[in-house]
Design a protein around this ligand. Structure first.
Ligand SMILES: [Zn+2]
Ligand SMILES: [Zn+2]
Length: 347
């Protein structure tokens, strides 16, 4: 089969090449990939800016159908439509034992499509049974491939933020995480969702409006975005701000958007320190959460949410390509001309 391989360290070094078809180990299932999305992490690996172990078949946001099970697999069956997180957490380290599997510290743990385990940019992959989740019946496999980023948002927004019925929620940055946050916040009962972005984000803001946002603010055109948010909230400010851009100025603005005793949820990583006026946290009695990846519970909630029909993920899938068009797919993501690029055809 053909797999999209990061062949060695350094920028670039990605090749579509012949790789051996995987065989499931005793505790593993063999999955035929139906769809696999390009994620920011894949771009970082391409640029050599994040952790990975080459050579590795990339792709950790996938959906597929089980076509074979290892001898010790007990629950998952051939024919099951499945997804999984990338990380095969160890279950034994302090972080795992205290419920923080997303921060598992085991050395040499396998991360599908990243480290010591091939991912979904190929016709087949294997995954250990214990990380597998079933895709609800009515969810198309293309949309199921968005379960991973959705689960990240569910962890950050459902599990870590206090959004409740009627809240005004400001979401900064209409990228994939921001747009998913719009829908998740709405599903949680947010009364008004306001999305902020740059002028170049206009087409993404349009998607936000189509998928549940009530208002968008172009922070470059609006002379006083903080006042605009106040105008929308009887002068109070937002109950919850979700920072999904990872940009320093947005992080600073989050503390201005949020109301007294409000909450700021950080989803975006900037990769360098941000100067913030933390006196505002004290004066406004704010709470702030950071989140990283997903927990098993995030996946359970995500798939129930997807199965409930409350998410409209199709508008976020802007491109469907065959794996041999991978260069085009990466380019679309790098130039920020796509929300989600899915590979849906493999050989
Ligand atoms: Zn990802
Ligand atoms: Zn662990």
């Amino acid at each position: 089969m053909k797999g999209l391989v990061k062949t060695k360290r350094g920028a670039g070094n990605i090749e579509l090449r012949e790789v051996e078809e995987p065989r499931p180990g005793r505790n593993e299932v063999l999955i035929e990939v139906k769809a696999a999305g390009i994620c920011g992490t894949d771009l970082h690996i391409k640029q050599d800016h994040s952790f990975y172990t080459p050579p590795v078949v990339l792709g950790h946001e996938y959906s597929g159908v089980v076509i074979e099970t290892g001898s010790d697999v007990s629950e998952v069956q051939v024919g099951d439509r499945v997804v999984s997180p990338a990380t095969a957490y160890c279950g034994q380290c302090y972080q795992c034992k205290t419920g923080h599997m997303n921060r598992c510290t085991a050395k040499n743990k396998r991360i599908l499509g990243v480290s010591l385990a091939n991912g979904g940019f190929a016709k087949f992959l294997t995954a250990p049974e214990y990380i597998i989740h079933q895709v609800p019946e009515d969810v198309p496999m293309d949309e199921a491939a968005l379960a991973e980023p959705t689960a990240c948002v569910v962890h950050g927004v459902v599990e870590m933020s206090p959004i409740t019925v009627g809240d005004v929620v400001v979401i900064q940055g209409p990228g994939p995480m921001g747009l998913l946050s719009v829908q998740v916040a709405k599903a949680m009962g947010a009364g008004k969702v306001v999305v902020t972005g740059m002028s170049s984000d206009q087409w993404r803001m349009d998607i936000a409006m189509k998928t549940g946002a009530d208002l968008t603010i172009d922070i470059q055109k609006d002379s006083d975005p903080v006042q605009t948010v106040k105008d929308e909230t009887d002068g109070l400010g937002a109950d919850v701000v979700i920072e999904a851009s990872g940009a320093g100025p947005a992080r600073r603005q989050a503390l201005d958007f949020v109301k007294v005793a409000g909450h700021v949820a950080l989803l975006g990583v900037q990769g360098k320190p941000t100067e913030l006026n933390l006196d505002l946290m004290i004066e406004k009695e704010l709470t702030m959460t950071g989140t990283w990846g997903t927990l098993p519970s995030s996946w359970a909630t995500t798939l129930r949410l997807m199965g409930s029909g409350k998410l409209n993920l199709e508008p976020l899938i802007t491109h469907r390509l065959s794996l041999d068009e991978w260069e085009k797919g990466f380019e679309l993501m790098e130039q920020q001309r796509a929300i989600k690029v899915l590979f849906t055809r493999f050989e």
